[in-house]
Design a protein around this ligand. Structure first.
Ligand SMILES: Cc1cc2nc3c(=O)[nH]c(=O)nc-3n(C[C@H](O)[C@H](O)[C@H](O)COP(=O)(O)OP(=O)(O)OC[C@H]3O[C@@H](n4cnc5c(N)ncnc54)[C@H](O)[C@@H]3O)c2cc1C
Length: 509
């Protein structure tokens, strides 16, 4: 049970310690607020941010070109005001935080150490991506966490999972957290959700296992608006074999000239899009899936690159997995990023009072129906700083509210129950709510997930354990995705509907 005699309080509670959560903590801490960062991560690599490869896009001196590329990749669905916020703040946020505060060692030109080596990725019209080889994420997140650890206004609480938001009369007052089997309500003036993505809902994902959609589910259950949940982005070139940790073949490879070949050895992307391998992600992902279905393996041919010299991290990844890059690297689409999420404004404010959301769990409008490569770390950074500053400026004090229905934490939840239900959920999402969807498939998914959710909810009424709440979050989030996909009959970006002539009529619920 929680120790109610000595409640934990904070001016600002940040849930999650990826780049977005770190940026929110920094924004609030710089304004002098007491910040608690509660993160279920035990190690930095539990956050997706750690695994980011290609880098951080910046505007350089061509803001309008950057905006055009974001909007084009989104299939013209990105919110222009949100794109303005991202792009207009990009150079300054990166300079201030990543370069001057954290001293991230971005690659520079071989013959000029004072000039950054800007990379190019698919659907970017020019070179504008700052990177540290192809493992940018860890070089950003590592220093960020160390910096916050030393910051006098920030308390980092690792291995601490938020299970539910604490609310009273539509206002959010913190979160009920769990650490080592104990429940601990953390009361806060403002609460910032930065819990990342949803990869764990799918059988194949580039995300770490903890990406169970917790923040989205907690916010939605508390009544916050969510939006664009149907836009689940699949990366076209994840390694096709079995791997214990995410292994992505970065878009930067295609940016530098790698090409895709089918099992017959033929290059196929020019038939699918005028930009061939540099087409937007959703187009390339569907083409790769179609060629795999038609001919077998799809290989990423990196023979035109000096692979081991230009991408030493990826070459090492290949070596560690006994993948011979000289014969082509087998690739397949995998869930990668959720474009939608908790609906927020330009300062990360949600529809609930004193609740903010930033990073991949939020929906700012920047990505619309499909995200442009290397804009997610940037979005987390820009919105994180803005939300942290806004939360601090609100000056809200923590209030102790009732913790409804507090139950003993029971770590003895049958592990087999959670594992079995998760497996079933992934099967349903893979089959019916993946890269292509059909109205009848979505209807079947909806029914199956509802059934699962019913079983999980029955457990939630009697127990409080982290695994169970992750499972609950996953089922709630899966239902939100499926519902949004059923309601949207327009194939755009990542939401691709295949309607056959014998499809029964769609009835959204
Ligand atoms: C392989 C790979 C490569 C990528 N490459 C790039 C790239 O080059 N450029 C780019 O811009 N983007 C890239 N992305 C996308 C980008 O990395 C993510 O979208 C971004 O890092 C998300 O940041 P975040 O802070 O929102 O979430 P995360 O980094 O996932 O952090 C979420 C945090 O919340 C914690 N958490 C979750 N639930 C709870 C809970 N209930 N209680 C407490 N804590 C919780 C997690 O433990 C974690 O610490 C890549 C993604 C992958 C998977």
């Amino acid at each position: 049970m929680a120790d109610e005699s000595d409640p934990t309080t904070a001016d600002v509670l940040v849930v999650g310690s990826g780049v977005a959560g770190c940026a929110a903590a920094l924004g609030a801490a710089r304004a002098g607020e007491d910040v608690v960062v509660a993160t279920k991560a035990e190690r930095p690599k539990d956050a997706t941010s750690w695994w980011a490869q290609g880098g951080v896009a910046v505007s350089r001196s061509n803001a309008e070109g950057f905006k055009r590329d974001i909007v084009a990749a989104s299939d013209d669905t990105a919110d222009p005001d949100a794109v303005d916020v991202l792009v207009e703040n990009a150079n300054e946020a990166v300079r201030d935080v990543l370069i001057e505060t954290l001293d991230v060692p971005f690659d520079t030109e071989a013959d000029d150490p004072d000039t950054f080596d800007y990379g190019r990725e698919a659907a970017h019209g020019e070179r504008r991506i700052l990177h540290v080889n192809a493992s940018t994420g860890r070089h950003v997140l590592g220093p960020f966490l160390s910096y916050l650890d030393d910051h006098p206004n920030v308390t980092l609480r690792e291995d601490t999972a938020a299970l539910d938001l604490l609310t009273r009369e539509g206002r959010v007052h913190g979160a009920l957290c769990e650490h080592d089997g104990d429940l601990d309500p953390i009361y806060a003036g403002s609460t910032v959700l930065a819990t990342g993505g949803i990869g764990a809902l799918y059988g194949r994902s580039t995300n770490p296992d903890g990406a169970t959609g917790d923040g989205i589910a907690m916010a939605a259950l508390a009544g916050a608006d969510v939006a664009d949940m149907e836009y689940v982005q699949f990366h076209p070139t994840a390694y096709a074999g079995e791997v214990a940790t995410p292994f992505l073949l970065s878009e930067a490879l295609r940016g530098e000239g790698a090409i895709l070949r089918n099992d017959d050895g033929d290059r196929f992307m020019p038939e699918h899009h005028p930009d061939a391998e540099l087409a937007p992600r959703d187009v390339v992902a569907r083409a790769v899936a179609a060629e795999r279905e038609r001919t077998g393996d799809v290989l990423l041919d990196v023979s035109s690159l000096d692979f081991t010299t230009e991408f030493p991290d990826l070459a090492t990844n290949c070596d560690e997995r006994d993948v011979d890059h000289r014969t082509g690297i087998p690739v397949a689409p995998a869930e990668h990023f959720l474009c939608g999420g908790i609906a927020v404004d330009s300062r990360g404010r949600t529809s609930l009072d004193r609740l903010f959301a930033v990073g991949e769990c939020s929906r700012t409008g920047v990505h619309g129906a499909n995200r442009l490569a290397s804009t997610s770390l940037l979005e987390g950074l820009v919105w994180g700083l803005r939300a942290g500053r806004t939360a601090a400026a609100s000056g809200a004090d923590p209030e102790i509210v009732d913790v409804p229905d507090l139950r003993d934490s029971d770590p003895a939840l049958p592990a087999a129950f959670a594992a079995e239900k998760f497996t079933r959920l992934r099967e349903v999402m893979d089959e019916f709510v993946g890269l292509s969807r059909s109205p009848s498939g979505l209807r079947r998914a909806s029914a199956a997930i509802r059934r699962l959710k019913g079983e999980v909810d029955a457990y939630v009424r009697t127990r409080t354990s982290r695994e169970l709440y992750e499972l609950r979050a996953a089922t709630v989030t899966a239902l939100l995705i499926t519902r949004a996909a059923r309601e949207n009959t327009d194939s755009r970006g990542c939401h691709h509907l295949v309607v056959t002539t014998d499809e029964p009529e769609v009835h959204a619920d």
